[in-house]
Ligand binder design. Sequence first.
Ligand SMILES: NC(=O)c1ccc[n+]([C@@H]2O[C@H](COP(=O)([O-])OP(=O)(O)OC[C@H]3O[C@@H](n4cnc5c(N)ncnc54)[C@H](O)[C@@H]3O)[C@@H](O)[C@H]2O)c1
Length: 325
Amino acid sequence: MKILVTGGAGYIGSVVVEQLIAGGHQVVVFDNFYQGHRAAIHPEARCVEGNLNNRSALRQVFENDTIEAVMHFASYTLVGESMQKPFMYIGDNVTNGLNLLQEALAHGVRRFILSSTANLFDRPAKIPISEEEAIVPGSPYGESKYLLERILSWLDRTLGLRYAALRYFNAAGASENYGEDHEPETHLIPLVLKVALGKRSHIEIFGDDYPTPDGTCIRDYIHVIDLAQAHILALEALDRGSRVYNLGNGQGFSVRQVIDVARNITGRPIPERVGPRRPGDPAVLIASSEKIRQELGWQPKHPSLESIIQSAWQWHLRNPNGYEN
Ligand SMILES: NC(=O)c1ccc[n+]([C@@H]2O[C@H](COP(=O)([O-])OP(=O)(O)OC[C@H]3O[C@@H](n4cnc5c(N)ncnc54)[C@H](O)[C@@H]3O)[C@@H](O)[C@H]2O)c1
């Protein structure tokens, strides 16, 4: 298939593009490099530089290429920033998605995969969190993804769009060629590895008085390669109907466990400091991915924290300045 990947120069998008091309698909990447990197785009992908707020730039893509499916990664992604700048999220994330959907449907494209988020579940009643859990977005960021999910479900009913909304928990790790390089970086594993590389003085732990075994928050880390595989399975299943999946590896690891494993793997000191809790951080977030396992046979190949951190460390060692080498 020929697939349009928005945000294909970003962290998760770059690994999905790599896997799509390995699987024989053709890829057009659409990215404005707000966070992405040219060097993160697979050499066999066609790259179009553009902003999703530009309808005519999008229209050109659909006119120039016979796109058969869209994977939509491009987004503002920071929970904290969304609390400061709600319009950037509830506004731009949603209208950019609408622009893309309108152009896709106008050009007969009816397969669509959305990057959604665990931030839909701010107060889960049950851990692990299944698709049955009540949706309570934790921020304007989470709300923007939920609004897009709602829009997709209406487009399915009214215009025959077939979509998958994949609610990622914490994407982590790297492929051999593509890894995580955000500015600012807010994700725990790359931050810890930057301390190991000597690029940051210490790692801050936001609260160690949570009701968890070691007092630090527990999160579900999913290897980015396993996440990419889920996209490919979801794409293949779209013609059988739209679907929504929670995607994590089903295991939780505490902030302290992440730091300890990183110390073991890197063999380097990683000083830590305990600061206050961040407002709105739930103690435990772990996904149930039973539904995608059962319906699509998805199986994480790299579920251990060690393999996730090892792959990220190898990438950081090869790219100590990220993509700015
Ligand atoms: N990283 C995670 O753990 C995680 C968890 C849950 C959901 N998600 C979602 O997955 C998707 C990818 O996340 P990521 O970590 O790879 O993010 P990222 O910031 O690395 O990638 C996003 C890409 O989109 C591009 N982009 C942003 N706004 C754009 C616009 N208006 N027009 C064109 N391009 C634009 C950026 O330049 C970047 O290359 C996002 O939608 C994010 O919300 C990520």
